[in-house]
Write a protein that binds this ligand. Structure first.
Ligand code: AMP
Length: 596
């Protein structure tokens, strides 16, 4: 296929606002490319999305905008330089239109010298395949002089371009194609062009992350061929993503929830093949480990700890999904920014490793020992993860390094205490997952929910408490929270009178999110205000204000306010606030209505 034909179709697609029509154009383009050699179809299926290489491949062109401006300027003639190109860019705002605004082809001799063929005023002799091959050479250029070589190769291409060709070449090179073709359009177009079902294309795309390969297999082998595309060790899949959500929703929708700590780190996908044969003759099987980031970038070299972990702990071919966490000297997690420093590190990794050690925690298993598990339920995948990571069958899962802990429960209190433990261990909170759900690459669905951080907090007066039990017998806990039932703080403040218990209405009890150390502190603070005691229950004079987070406010007959805070969580003591500054019932009512 000529690159001019591709550029024509791209221009038609760009001018088309309707999604259905876009799919029709892409279908026609794929059909046309499908009549040619396999590679052309693969290339066109990627180019139309603005990709040169498959999404899973780490190869990049590694061309800066400046090299592209230089190449355009050189192809445009002796009186144009890169500054002119930049000036036009500032005026026009988009590199494709800038490239299309020049008249290329006058530099015929130089073009031929740089690897291009004859000049063409109106394009026509440059094929899609030549563009791809030149860009592949360009990506491969490394070392000293490579930027000049890249620029020469680009110049050679621009020099053979018509206006439209130059427009789409410039955009392709700078990853700014933006003609309105999304992944869904290409999926539908492949199905349409080659008469295969959309769900078959969808699955093959999820597994392979290569629109080119999927288009070719759909054309040559149909549905059966697509179904036979498997995960492949070394070829990353897109990570499944999470939505924000609440415990209430999760428990309403599922019989029980899988609850896990949400580790504050960076996503990694580990591909490991322990190797079955001694290929290099050193007496050991040569294993292969690759580590990919959330964007499927190869970060293996930056994270030797993960490679070592794989070599020590994994005895079978596996693909695991997890998080890499930076840790301090005591093994406590460090902020997420610290991990990012490690991901970006290209040189002196050994030093970086000493400064900020990291450790992986895996929470999913996508492939184990020849078996793809994407479609298996989470329960099965997590069982396989345990099988893969537990080296000693006598060991409890919580003692297995690198394994995320998971609890199946429908008990909100248990979920609360898992959340409190996660926060106490320095992590971000919890993830709630549907135990029956498959692994959906790239999807931000409802089957994985990260618990919403508190949108708002409330300042409540502490009006009661309970003495604890066992080792907490000398501590007050389970604090009763109240809000004021009239908005008269100004009046109270000016009259100097305190809030009376009869002006307070209860809204809930908070028992979670509090460490033993904190409980001791709170007991010291509240004990002097005990007004009455009965058994373990204590009535308190309204003196102290707590800031509390919550998931939502519900109407409820349990508390005197008529409302209840769902999942209240202790945030802190508002020692700067007096009870008359606490929140009111009116605010509670307003917040509850906002939920609608
Ligand atoms: P967010 O980045 O806030 O959208 O939250 C989702 C991210 O949390 C995922 O992409 C993971 O990188 C991370 N994460 C941490 N712990 C877990 C876990 N147990 N399960 C799934 N994702 C997790």
């Amino acid at each position: 296929m000529e690159f001019a034909t591709f550029a024509d179709r791209a221009a038609a697609i760009e001018a088309e606002p309707a999604d259905l029509e876009i799919v029709a154009h892409v279908t026609a383009l794929l059909e046309e490319a499908g009549g040619e050699e396999p590679q052309t179809l693969e290339i066109v299926a990627r180019f139309v999305q603005g990709r040169v290489f498959p999404a899973w491949e780490s190869t990049t062109l590694d061309v800066g905008p400046n090299a592209c401006y230089e190449a355009i300027a050189r192809a445009a003639g002796t009186n144009v330089d890169a500054d002119d190109v930049e000036e036009r860019l500032a005026e026009i705002g988009e590199i494709g239109d800038v490239a299309a605004s020049y008249d290329f082809g006058g530099q015929a001799g130089l073009g031929a010298f740089a690897g291009g063929g004859a000049a063409a005023d109106d394009g026509g002799d440059l094929s899609v395949r030549e563009v791809y091959e030149t860009l592949t050479d360009l990506a491969a250029a490394e070392g000293s002089g490579s930027q000049d070589r890249k620029e020469d190769l680009l110049f050679g291409l621009f020099n053979r371009c018509s206006s439209d060709e130059a427009r789409y070449l410039a955009r392709l090179v700078l990853s700014e194609m933006r003609i309105g073709v999304g992944e869904g359009s290409v999926r539908d177009a492949i199905a349409e062009a080659f008469g295969v079902p959309e769900d078959g294309v969808e699955r093959a795309l999820q597994v392979s992350n290569d629109y080119g390969e999927v288009a070719r297999v759909a054309r040559d082998e149909g549905r059966d061929g697509l179904d036979a595309i498997d995960l492949s060790i070394g070829r990353p899949v897109q990570a499944m993503l999470a939505q924000a959500g609440t415990v209430t929703d999760a428990l309403e929708e599922w019989d029980e929830a899988a609850v896990e700590w949400k580790y504050d780190g960076a996503r990694v996908q580990l591909h490991h093949d322990p190797g079955s044969s001694d290929t290099d003759g050193d007496g050991e099987a040569a294993g292969e480990t690759r580590v990919f980031s959330r964007n499927m970038e190869d970060v293996t070299d930056a994270l030797p700890e993960v490679v070592e972990f794989a070599a020590e702990r994994l005895g079978e071919p596996t693909i695991l999904d997890g998080e890499v966490v930076a840790i301090d000297d005591e093994g406590r997690p460090l902020p997420f920014q610290e991990v990012l420093k490690r991901f970006r590190r290209k040189h002196d990794v050994a030093r970086a490793r000493e400064d900020v050690p990291v450790r992986p925690v895996f929470f999913d298993c996508l492939h184990a020992d020849g078996e793809d598990l994407l479609e298996a339920p989470l329960t099965t995948r997590h069982d396989r993860l345990e099988d893969v990571l537990v080296d000693d069958p006598g060991r409890e899962p919580e003692d297995v390094d690198g394994l995320s802990l998971l609890w199946y429960t429908d008990d909100p209190d248990e979920i609360e205490s898992i959340d409190a433990d996660a926060l106490e261990a320095g992590h971000e909170g919890i993830m709630l997952k549907n135990p029956d759900s498959a692994y959906s690459p790239g999807r931000r669905g409802k089957n994985w929910r990260k618990r919403k951080p508190d949108v708002e907090t409330l300042d409540c007066v502490v009006t009661g408490a309970e003495w604890g039990e066992g080792r907490r017998a000398t501590f007050l806990g389970t604090f009763e929270l109240s809000v004021r039932d009239e908005d008269d703080s100004e009046e109270l403040r000016s009259s100097g009178s305190a809030v009376e218990p009869q002006n307070l209405e209860t809204v809930g009890k908070v028992a979670t999110g509090i460490t033993d150390e904190k409980l001791e502190e709170l007991t010291d603070l509240l004990e002097p205000h005990i007004a009455a005691e009965e058994g373990q229950e204590v009535e308190l004079e309204p003196q102290v204000v707590f800031e509390v987070g919550y998931e939502e406010i519900q109407t409820s007959p349990t508390y005197s306010s008529g409302y209840a805070l769902r999942f209240p969580r202790f945030v802190g003591v508002r020692s700067d606030k007096r009870p008359e500054d606490a929140d009111t019932l009116e605010r509670l009512e307003r917040l509850e209505r906002l939920r609608e």
